[in-house]
Design a protein around this ligand. Structure first.
Ligand code: NCD
Length: 320
């Protein structure tokens, strides 16, 4: 395993599958009555969150605790960062506390790599979302969820077609997913208005469409993205109503999907904008399962980065 997880492109095909297979073992731990392994006992994991987060931070915290690590949660609000302390000073302070891994979310693209390349911390760095750049553990949990539903939990994603719909421009989730899903052999179709596609998107390993209705009947999974209004300084579409009309997932569109196709969203959702409440809560939606799977996938990532075990044999490598 590599030392850090900064981008989905850090992963080889074999490493990506190893994480998914290990996550499957971890899911068994989460399902049992005692949800804990002693694997990372005595290790310190820091959640360093400079941007707001609910799911991702809690998910990493639950994952670390299920592996018996000590967890320090650091959020920039209410800390010395709001007094102007830099990433460097914050990281050095955490290093002084002996962090074995730093999970970082930051508003600037490249912040996780900056931390990993520096000598500010000697721990493993895991990117939990850097600006509009990447969010590799989200892509891993999405791949895990797709595999669980559509390939009965084994192998890669060959033969599957997945649509990623909406605000691709601002989405680190989309970037990481395009890399990982294509690595695993899936065909990815990006669906968005031209204004919400990034420059150079033609070079990505994905097809591009502006027409959601023509794409939906072909796909096995449809991943809706949040319209990231907080990152929008300009107008990217005329009105919310028009956006929903062309790019929102609603009951009518749901009926055009294949019978076993699943609906995904990384959260948080703008209900009524990119997805109706009815669709988000429908039987086809695996949105809450994505959250559950996130814990297993993050346990696998922490375990493989920190415990350095070569295979999914968790119990065997535990030292009590
Ligand atoms: C995403 C994120 O923060 O990048 N959410 C998440 O991690 N669950 C997507 C988003 O904010 O829309």
């Amino acid at each position: 395993m590599m030392r850090h997880l900064l981008s989905a492109s850090d992963l080889s095909y074999e490493q990506a599958l190893l994480i998914l297979d290990t996550a499957q073992e971890m899911a068994k731990v989460s399902e049992s009555s005692v949800k804990k392994l002693p694997t990372l006992r005595g290790r310190t994991i820091v959640n360093l969150f400079f941007e707001d987060s609910t799911r991702t931070r809690i998910s990493f915290e639950a994952a670390a605790k299920r592996l018996s690590a000590d967890v320090i949660n650091f959020s920039a609000k209410g800390s010395s960062v709001s007094k102007g302390e830099s990433l460097k000073d914050t990281a050095q302070t955490l290093q002084a506390m002996g962090a074995d891994a730093v999970i970082i979310r930051h508003g600037s693209s490249g912040a996780a790599k900056r931390l990993a390349d520096s000598h500010w911390t000697s721990g493993a760095v895991i990117n939990a979302g850097d600006g509009t750049h990447e969010h590799p553990t989200q892509a891993l949990l999405d791949a895990f969820t797709i595999r669980k539903h559509l390939h009965v939990g084994v192998g890669d994603l060959r033969g599957l077609t997945i649509a990623i719909v909406g605000d691709i421009l601002h989405s680190r989730v989309a970037r990481s997913n395009v890399i990982l899903l294509s690595l695993l052999g899936a065909q990815v179709i990006l669906v968005a208005p031209p204004t919400l596609l990034p420059l150079g998107v033609e070079a990505w390993p994905a097809q591009i469409s502006y027409d959601l209705d023509s794409v939906l009947p072909q796909v096995d999974a449809v991943m809706m993205l949040r319209v990231q209004q907080e990152r929008m300084a300009d107008f990217f579409f005329p009105t919310a109503r028009e956006y929903s009309h062309y790019f929102g997932l609603n009951r009518r569109r749901l009926s055009s999907l294949k019978s076993n196709a699943i609906i995904m969203h990384p959260g948080p959702m703008n209900r009524g904008l990119e997805i109706t409440a009815e669709v988000a809560d429908s039987a086809r939606s695996v949105i809450l399962e994505q959250v559950t799977n996130g814990v297993s996938v993050r346990m696998a990532v922490l375990y493989l980065l920190l415990a350095g075990a070569p295979s999914g044999d968790i119990e065997g490598s535990v030292q009590v």
